[in-house]
Design a protein around this ligand. Structure first.
Ligand SMILES: [Zn+2]
Length: 331
């Protein structure tokens, strides 16, 4: 092919390339190792022809470089136009988390007791059988000790079946007077349903001092329920039995939904059962080395989920563990 014809053809192919890939093809076709121009250069015998062909090669390379720059700029323009980035637009709001309802209630409970001068005791989820049963004077044959009720890690170690274990651990490591609450996760071999779960939160309240009586317990519980459920609440106690308290009571609070006139939540009695309590049995003090002649105390335990369910009208305990944000985000 005549060099002039070749140049016209190559220049028009370079102009016509509309993408970087097409331009690459053009370069291979006209300047590549097997191109007509390279073969002509290899075959050249005289200086004049050689100079002319080299000049042609340089012109074509320059044209390709120019075209490549044009294509790159056009591509960039197009990208900018497509993305339309406006740095002044506000971004998408980042969703903010919140504390789980049970955490909110646990902290509220802690605040109420801290306000009374109590200490928050951080207990252990793995405890000795001694702390969970023996020291609490639980009868060796008591059904709560059974492996079908309690999770045993070995013969002497269990997953805390109740926060009462923390009473013992606290008393073992301190001398009275003691005023503390121990909130924490407990474990029992329960099949999950609307009101049972193999894991649940409790808190234990323990006061040990000189001259503590059942009246102190009653006053403390009343203060607590009024702080939690409203200042009109009343508390009543019924006699009961627990191995580690004497006397033992169960306490009810006036229904905060109907105010005592009767509704579904209080089973039309006007009262809601809340939990067990009592004056610490002298045998417990003897077990941990306190002198029961000098010291007396009271203890009670409450389920944190039960408080949450009652206060917010939640019918199913499992809602706390399923972590459905549509439920949790309401609190
Ligand atoms: Zn009611």
């Amino acid at each position: 092919m005549e060099p002039q014809v070749l140049e016209r053809e190559a220049q028009s192919a370079i102009e016509g390339a509309s993408t970087a890939a097409e331009l690459d093809d053009v370069r291979v076709r006209y300047l590549g190792r097997k191109s007509e121009l390279k073969q002509a250069l290899r075959a050249v015998r005289d200086r004049e022809t050689g100079m002319a062909l080299n000049a042609l090669r340089e012109r074509l390379e320059k044209a390709i470089t120019t075209r490549r720059r044009e294509l790159e700029e056009a591509e960039l323009e197009q990208l900018f136009a497509q993305e339309g980035l406006d740095v002044t637009l506000p971004g998408d709001p980042i969703p903010r988390g919140r504390l789980h309802l049970l955490t909110q209630i646990r902290r509220e409970i802690e605040d109420i007791f801290v306000g009374l001068g109590y200490e928050v005791w951080d207990g252990d989820e793995v405890t000795a059988v001694w702390h969970s049963f023996d020291a609490l004077t639980t009868d060796p044959g008591h059904p709560s000790r059974s492996p079908s009720d309690t999770f045993y890690l070995d013969d002497d170690t269990v997953l805390r079946p109740h926060t009462s274990s923390d009473q013992i651990r606290a008393m073992e490591s301190r001398q009275p007077p003691l005023y503390l609450i121990a909130p924490g996760r407990c474990y029992r071999r329960d099949t999950p349903d609307a009101t049972h779960s193999p894991t649940f939160l409790q808190f234990e309240c323990l006061a040990v001092d000189r001259g503590i009586t059942l009246a102190d317990l009653q006053g403390t519980v009343l203060h607590f329920f009024r702080a939690l459920f409203g200042p009109e609440r009343e508390v009543r106690m019924r006699t009961s039995f627990f191995p580690f308290t004497e006397p033992s009571v169960e306490f009810d609070v006036t229904c905060f939904l109907c105010g005592g006139t009767g509704c579904a939540v209080c089973k039309h009695s006007g009262w809601i059962e809340m939990g067990g309590a009592g004056v610490v049995d002298p045998g417990v003090f003897e077990n941990i080395g306190y002198d029961p002649e000098e010291w007396s105390g009271f203890a009670f335990g409450l389920g944190i989920e039960r408080i949450a369910m009652l206060r917010h009208g939640l019918p199913d305990l499992r809602a706390f563990w399923e972590n459905d944000l549509r439920v949790l985000a309401q609190f």
